[in-house]
Design a protein around this ligand. Structure first.
Ligand SMILES: Nc1ncnc2c1ncn2[C@@H]1O[C@H](COP(=O)(O)OP(=O)(O)O)[C@@H](O)[C@H]1O
Ligand SMILES: [Mg+2]
Length: 267
């Protein structure tokens, strides 16, 4: 994305995202970190044109370099093309998504719905096979397709959401605070798995969180966002060992070190 800006047209207007330039490489995990209210969700929604009034995109372009070699200018897509694009090419796990599952449908049928809508060429048996395979991939297990959301733990429900995001084998997955409500061990395990899956399937990930230490573990590069701007963008190693921007330094200092010794990562 180039020079991307979003304003909430309220009184007074809120400049939520300011002239952001960001490039995500194929197969890369990019972390987007910053305090609550700095514009992370607005940025993620804006790129996928999911914003509603009073949000207005005031500048910028977003180009998707498809693996098939074509460049897609997202601003040029109509609503229907954009909708398809969102599932097929770029998928999203929303903040709080695990609570958005339909409580009265089994997780298997909810996953099957994705295929029914987007892969109408598949037979019923093929759809079912695809669902079982997905549930295996995210380590929920195929047998769980008959479970209802309330029968699963928060971590399991979040894995189901990830399965849904993976269903059509997108090239980019945007995850907005996907594990924030989960306990630390469950978070870690899910993150480790996302990292493995992107090696296996070759997709890129934008992982959004206010939890910088978590990002240091899984990201290739990290973008630090503050008041709508990306103030620093560097490899995770560089952010940890040699943060350049005073805000990044302050953000790092606000988290307790994993070891007592300053500047040493616990591994
Ligand atoms: N619908 C809205 N109307 C007005 N301001 C909003 C709206 N949604 C978000 N904002 C403001 O935009 C800024 C960025 O919010 P958001 O993107 O949700 O940040 P983050 O995801 O980093 O917590 C905040 O100042 C927030 O108050
Ligand atoms: Mg947010």
């Amino acid at each position: 994305m180039r020079d991307f800006s979003v304003v909430y047209d309220v009184d007074p207007p809120v400049r939520a995202v300011k002239n952001v330039d960001l490039e995500i490489g194929r197969g890369e995990i990019v972390g987007l970190a910053g305090e609550s209210g700095c514009g992370k969700t607005t940025l993620a929604y804006g790129v996928q044109r999911l914003l509603r009034p009073p949000a207005v995109i005031t500048s910028g372009s977003v180009t998707f370099h498809d693996a098939d070699g074509t460049d897609v200018d997202l601003n040029a897509l109509d609503a229907e093309a954009m909708r398809r694009f969102r599932w097929d090419k770029v998928s999203m796990v929303f903040q709080g998504a695990m609570n958005a599952l339909n409580p009265v449908a089994t997780i298997g049928s909810q996953l099957e719905d994705v295929f029914e809508v987007h892969r109408p060429d598949l037979s019923r048996a093929e759809r079912r096979r695809a669902v079982v395979e997905l549930l295996e991939i995210v380590k929920v297990g195929g047998a769980r397709r008959r479970s209802y959301p309330h029968e699963l733990s928060g971590g399991m429900r979040q894995r189901v959401m990830i399965a849904m995001a993976l269903a059509l084998r997108p090239q980019l997955m945007v995850m907005d605070e996907p594990t924030t409500a989960l306990d630390v061990l469950v978070q870690r395990e899910i993150l480790k798995q996302i990292s493995q899956l992107r090696h296996e399937f070759g997709f890129s990930v934008v992982f959004i969180t206010h939890d910088l230490p978590l990002l240091l573990e899984i990201s290739d590069r990290i973008a630090i966002m503050r008041e709508g701007e990306i103030v620093e963008l560097a490899t995770a190693e560089r952010i940890w060992n040699d943060p350049q921007h005073p805000y990044t330094q302050r953000l790092l200092a606000s988290f307790p070190r994993l070891t007592g010794e300053k500047g040493v990562v616990a591994r």
